[in-house]
Design a protein. Structure first.
Length: 266
């Protein structure tokens, strides 16, 4: 089973069958830091294609397809679950695409799968249409389209059900159009297959995104601050040197004038 967060509060999460805790606590398998999310918000008992969702506290807000959950409920692929204000789409994982679980090896290992989510290398930021202001992390393979099961869900009539596929590479994102009706564009150039790099614009029909590398943004922001002090010091030294040499020149001129006077030149 796969959890997709269309507003970018969390990267997509694939869960193996078994128990999984969702909340803001560090001991949760799915950690969501957002307003209204309790330390232990709810528990998921995951099976292959369904799961039972149990609320840990009656005050924890959870809805399934807009209906409030009071105790526990069975959830299935295609359903929309809201944890407080965080929306999540439930998707079935196809056979052969199960993730390799990362396990914490420790003396008190209880056998539960620990999902460790790192900061994504690239994200798409929506700059127009239904996705304006939303951020979408890019995984190894990400599908964008109108279909609810897509990793980047774009509910727009001009978007095909499976519009394009994005694959992570060392240099950027390889974008491949999946035969869409209205096209895929990189910097306003229609492509069938093309490389998307940080700062480039990606467009599906009229829906636009900007590719951002979060780590590069932080390093670029820190660079001007680090270099400002040496520049200021060098700019301050320039005028001081001119003034010093000017004073030396005046002193030498005065000595020469005094010597000429004593010599009777004037």
């Amino acid at each position: 089973m796969k959890l997709l967060f269309p507003n970018g509060e969390h990267a997509p999460v694939e869960l193996d069958p078994g128990p999984a805790m969702l909340g803001s606590g560090n001991d949760c398998q799915v950690v969501i830091l957002a307003p209204g999310i309790a330390l232990h918000h709810c528990k998921l008992q995951v099976r292959q294609y369904t799961a039972t969702l149990t609320i840990c506290n009656p005050e924890n807000q959870v809805t399934v397809n807009g209906k409030a959950v009071e105790n526990n409920v069975e959830i299935k692929p295609g359903e929309l679950v809201t944890f407080a204000e965080v929306r999540c789409r439930i998707v079935a994982v196809e056979k052969g695409q199960s993730p390799v679980p990362q396990r914490d090896v420790s003396a008190d290992d209880d056998g539960a799968t620990k999902v460790r989510m790192a900061m994504p290398k690239f994200v798409l930021r929506g700059v127009s249409g239904d996705t304006f202001g939303r951020v979408f992390p890019i995984g190894q393979m990400t599908v964008a389209g109108r279909q609810g099961e897509c990793d980047i869900h774009i509910p727009s009539e001009g978007i095909s059900r499976r519009h394009a596929e994005l694959r992570l590479t060392a240099d950027g994102i390889m974008v491949e159009d999946l035969g869409s009706a209205n096209g895929t564009y990189i910097n306003d150039r229609r492509i069938t297959r093309g490389m998307l790099k940080p700062g480039d614009e990606l467009r599906f029909d009229t829906v636009r995104f900007l590719l951002i590398a979060p780590s590069q943004e932080r390093s670029q922001a820190a660079a001007p601050a680090a270099s400002s002090t040496p520049q200021a010091a060098s700019s301050a030294k320039g005028p001081n040197k001119v003034l010093l040499w000017g004073m030396v020149g005046l002193a030498l001129a005065a000595v020469v004038l005094v010597g000429l006077k004593f010599a009777g030149v004037f």
